[in-house]
Design a protein around this ligand. Sequence first.
Ligand SMILES: *Cc1c(COP(=O)(O)O)cnc(C)c1O
Length: 464
Amino acid sequence: MDRVRSQIPLLEDAHRRALKYICEIADRRVFPDEGALQGLAAFDEALPQDSTGGLETLRLLDERGSPATVATAGGRYFGFVVGGSIPVATAADWLVTAWDQTGTLPVSSPAVAKIEAVAGRWVREVLGLPEEAVTSFVTGASMANLLGLAAARTHLLHRAGYDLERLGMFGAPPIRVVAGAEVHSTLLKVLGVLGFGRDRVELVEADAQGRLRADRLPPLDERTIVLLQAGNVNSGAFDPFADVIAAARRARSWVHVDGAFGLWAAATPKYAQLTEGVEDADSWAVDAHKWLNVPYDSAMLICRHGDALQAAMRLTAAYAPSTAEMPAKDLTLEFSRRARGVPVWAALRTLGRSGVADLVEQCSSNARLLASGLERIGFEIHNEVVLNQVVASIGDAEFTAAVRSKVERDGGCWFGPTQWKGRDAVRFSVSSWATTAEDIEAAVNAIASAVESLSAQRPGITRT
Ligand SMILES: *Cc1c(COP(=O)(O)O)cnc(C)c1O
């Protein structure tokens, strides 16, 4: 009993510190200042010889760690495609941590097995994907892409009479991979890891927005994997699903969709024209930690052919029999893993269909607001803002980079550098429930004052 009770002060202290962090986030700098970065030196300690109470450890973590975090959970962070975490997802994640259960087998946690089964079905429903597909809970879209390509490879090779899992890739019938020129870097990495080779992918020309050009598609066949994209990481653009998937179906190719953040557009009829036809693919990767706004790390691979995924990922061990029809351990690479489907369930149950649609629509309308604010202060917008992503620049590459660094130093908001169609630019992703129209206004004001002070210092700089 003492052992149990002795945890309470520590957990209460963590709770109190976490609440303070969350409550103060709206008022703090987005990127830490120099003092906070220097404070990290406090972690350069020797590994302690003896045990201490946890309170002191927690104090160090909070006093020196928290100030040197980036305020990605606040409303003025627009870097990468990071998203935030809605309160119920954070809260459910805390409870999952207290449970400390693995999502491996029903016998290791009946609760997790049940809740993840429901969450998996709801994810397919809200995205309009086939009911008969299976959903795997994984760490991120990188892993979801890996699972999708592994299932694709198994499916195509088994159909050719080749037992890949026993015989391996050496001597296997060749498989072609076709992707748009703007394919995400994580898919190229996956191609390397799985033995397809990064350089063997057949890249199809993309248009000005980064969409694969369907009229440039090479002939497809029954041993081809086609990689499509829902949401270009810069522009937010969508590949033309209906045309390409129809061609792939005729050729009996496998279509995998990387929908890391963009696939959530399928949750609202407002963006139906972007995702039209996407439901006819074979596998889909989608993040939960980006746009569904659950804590890291969380994503799903949804696969129409559960048998192929299971054949690729099956784990055989006498002590872990596959009693259920498709246990989670046979649908993911991990054996032991966090019950990461539970916060996904909590988010979907609490938001409902309309709440997910609102989240997508709110972020996208804030992205349009941001784009017009940036234009007003002299930026050029380089993409059609079809969803939540904005690519922009001001003046030349050097001035754009200087503005970005100054805004980071000032702490008013954060956005990252990128390259778009061969030119240096900056990229904004509006992907958090926490971002309000007021945050957008404050961010534009912060950027405007950086532009003003830099223009004053360097009067000769090219301005558009
Ligand atoms: C972020 C992203 C990925 C990688 O997702 P992780 O969850 O970071 O592994 C893949 N594709 C696209 C389009 C992305 O935006």
